[in-house]
Every structure is written in structure tokens, then in C-alpha cells.
Design a protein around this ligand. Structure first.
Ligand code: NCD
Ligand code: ZN
Length: 350
């Protein structure tokens, strides 16, 4: 039985840092473990220009504790008004790593997103040409589509036609939650133009964990957790080590009052123990030997980045209790606690 494991320092290819006091509370948690993290642009207002991405990057870097090495990878929020020249400049000057496509109203702070993908075809054409990845929130926002079907419908309605029109465009389907997405990404991902991130929470919870025996608002996120067979498909994909699947936590902090409400908002805040949450799943599956590919190699390769220096050390421990986080402005944020106790603890040596 493995009790201690050392692997190349991992990256988080999907994180929400927010701004201000909340940002200052959560950035150190990600930076403590991950060498780099893709910083999502769904702020209010969203990050829609390279200039704004640059100032946002500075805000994140200012929150990284002294002596910790950490690189935020910046993204632009695509809107109907995105300037392809600004985006290209940002990418070529290495300020931007990718751009994020939110279908309008699909998730938290997505009201400025895309209502008709054809409107941004010129921008996607440019991204294809310069090799810049587009990151997709892969759900349709169509009110008549059942919330549990929105990801599978997105593949048929949006992704398949898009890949026909832009066969060389690099696409990451973010936070996949279904067997359909696993199958599609596995089939198509061999070409090197399609990949998917898998969150820690979707590996731990199914929709029963969210809804059976009482509604658990801290398990509510988008895309919503699905049936157990989908969770099993995600576990198989993540622990396969295949190059098209990599780590993206989608850690999404919200104030406790916004989560525990009559209309609670979407997002699981996992960054306190994210890497450990993944390790536990790989351990239970008997696949700890595949954790390095998933956490530290596949994503870097897809983005064309060097592999991190330094290592992460995981140790098996007795379960511990995870405490709420208190921000400077006295907001409480509840970290994600998995249904079964967490048995791993991570640290980093650079
Ligand atoms: C994210 C957030 O809170 O910003 N919420 C979520 O449920 N995942 C947005 C997102 O990535 O969809
Ligand atoms: Zn997200």
C-alpha cells in the first residue's frame, strides 16, 4: 500500500480567483501546491481585454506569498465584441494563454457570454490560425433542455459542428461531467486538438450526494453532478493517464450566504485540498501511478508549456476536519468536503 508519493509539481487548468479580499484569501491556497493555474475571467465586469488581463494578473501575483513560485495563466472572456487583434497581441506577448467561451447565461457571471457562436467565428478563425486554445463551458443554456442533459446536448449542437468548421482549433471542454463527453473527447482527442479538464468534486460526488436525504448547497455547481455511472466514466478517464484528460479544479469560491440561500449559487470551493481530493480517487482506483500524467504532464503538453520544476509530495494521513475560510472583509467561504473522509495531505518542494 502506497503511503507516500512524490510526483512532478502539478498545474490547475481551471481556477476562479475572483478579486479583492476573496482573491487574497484563495490565491495562496492554489499557489501552495500548483505551479501554474488558468485564471478564469468571469469577474464582474468580465476580463475582456488584454489590458485588463494584465492588471488582473498583477492582482493575482500580489497575493502570492513571498517565496512561493506560482504563475497565473490568463484568459480572455469571449463576447460578441471581442477584438481579434487585441486577443492575438495578448497571446503573442504571452499575457494570454487562452480564451473562454461561456454560452450566455449558462453559469455564474456568464450574462455577457455568447448567444450565437457564429457571431464570433472571425475570432475563432484567428485563434485557430495562431494556435490559441478556446476553453468551453460545455453546456447549452436553452431553458427547455433539462439541466442534466445540457452537456450532452452541447456536444451535439455546438461542439460537433464547431469542430467541423474549425478542425485545427484547439478546444478544451471544461469540467466534463458525463459519459457522453468522456467518449467524445476520447474518440476525438487523439488528434491533439481536443482535450477536457476533470474537476476533483465531480470525481467525488454524484447527484445523490447533492440531493438525496436533503439538498447540499456546497455540492451544487455547474455543470451539475450527474448519475453514478457518469462519475464512474469520469474516474476511468482521469485515471487512464490518456493525454486528452487533465486536471482543472474549477474551484469556485462563493460567500457562505450566497451558497446557503433559497436560490444558492453554483460553484464548489475545492482549492484547500484539491490535489489531495484527486489523489484519493486515484488511490481508490489503484491508479496512483497515473496521477502524474493527469496532474502534471497532459495539460502542460496540450497548452505547449514546459513541465514544472519541483515536486509535490502526497502523504497518507488520518482524516482531518476542514475548517471554513474567513476573508479579510469577514466573509465565510466553505471548503468542499467529500462524502467520505479525506486521507491524503500534499506539500510541495521546489
Ligand atoms: C463557476 C463560478 O462560480 O464562477 N461556477 C461553477 O459552478 N462551476 C463558473 C463555472 O465555471 O461554470
Ligand atoms: Zn469554472
Amino acid at each position: 500500500m502506497t503511503e507516500i508519493l512524490t510526483i512532478i509539481r502539478p498545474d490547475d487548468f481551471h481556477a476562479h480567483f475572483r478579486t479583492g479580499d476573496l482573491l487574497r484569501a484563495v490565491v495562496p491556497l492554489t499557489a501552495a501546491i500548483f505551479g501554474r493555474a488558468v485564471a478564469m475571467p468571469n469577474l464582474r465586469p468580465p476580463v475582456t481585454t488584454t489590458a485588463r488581463a494584465k492588471t488582473y494578473r498583477e492582482e493575482i501575483l500580489a497575493a502570492v506569498p513571498h517565496g512561493v513560485s506560482f504563475e497565473p495563466l490568463m484568459t480572455l472572456y469571449l463576447t460578441d465584441l471581442t477584438d481579434a487583434n487585441d486577443l492575438q497581441r495578448g497571446f503573442e506577448e504571452k499575457i494570454l494563454s487562452a480564451a473562454k467561451l461561456y454560452p450566455a447565461n449558462a453559469t455564474t457571471n456568464s450574462e455577457f457570454g455568447i448567444s450565437n457562436i457564429k457571431r464570433i467565428y472571425p475570432v475563432l478563425e484567428r485563434m485557430q490560425k495562431i494556435g490559441m486554445p478556446v476553453l468551453m463551458h460545455g453546456e447549452v443554456a436553452d431553458a427547455v433542455v433539462d439541466i442534466f442533459d445540457r452537456e450532452a446536448v452541447f456536444i451535439e449542437r455546438v461542439l460537433v459542428p464547431l469542430r467541423r468548421d474549425f478542425p485545427a482549433l484547439k478546444i478544451v471542454m471544461e469540467h466534463i461531467t458525463t459519459e457522453e463527453a468522456v467518449d467524445y473527447v476520447r474518440e476525438e482527442g487523439g488528434k491533439g486538438t481536443l482535450a477536457a479538464t476533470v474537476t476533483a468534486h465531480h470525481l467525488h460526488i454524484n447527484r445523490n450526494a447533492l440531493l438525496a436525504g436533503g439538498v447540499r448547497p456546497h455540492y451544487y455547481c455547474l455543470p451539475i453532478a450527474k448519475r453514478e455511472k457518469h462519475r464512474q466514466a469520469l474516474i476511468k478517464a482521469a485515471t487512464s493517464g490518456e493525454k486528452m484528460f487533465f486536471l482543472g479544479t474549477d474551484s469556485a469560491p462563493h460567500a457562505l450566504s450566497a451558497k446557503e440561500s433559497s436560490c444558492g449559487c453554483a460553484g464548489c470551493f475545492t482549492s484547500v485540498t484539491a490535489f489531495e481530493l484527486y489523489a484519493q480517487i486515484f488511490d481508490e482506483a489503484g491508479k496512483l501511478d497515473k496521477l502524474e500524467a493527469f496532474a502534471s504532464i497532459n495539460g502542460a503538453r496540450f497548452y505547449g508549456l514546459p513541465i514544472n520544476q519541483g515536486s509535490a509530495i502526497l502523504r497518507k494521513i488520518t482524516p482531518r476536519h476542514i475548517k471554513p475560510i474567513l476573508t479579510q472583509d469577514a466573509q465565510t467561504i466553505m471548503p468542499f468536503e467529500p462524502p467520505s473522509p479525506l486521507l491524503w495531505e500534499a506539500s510541495v518542494s521546489v
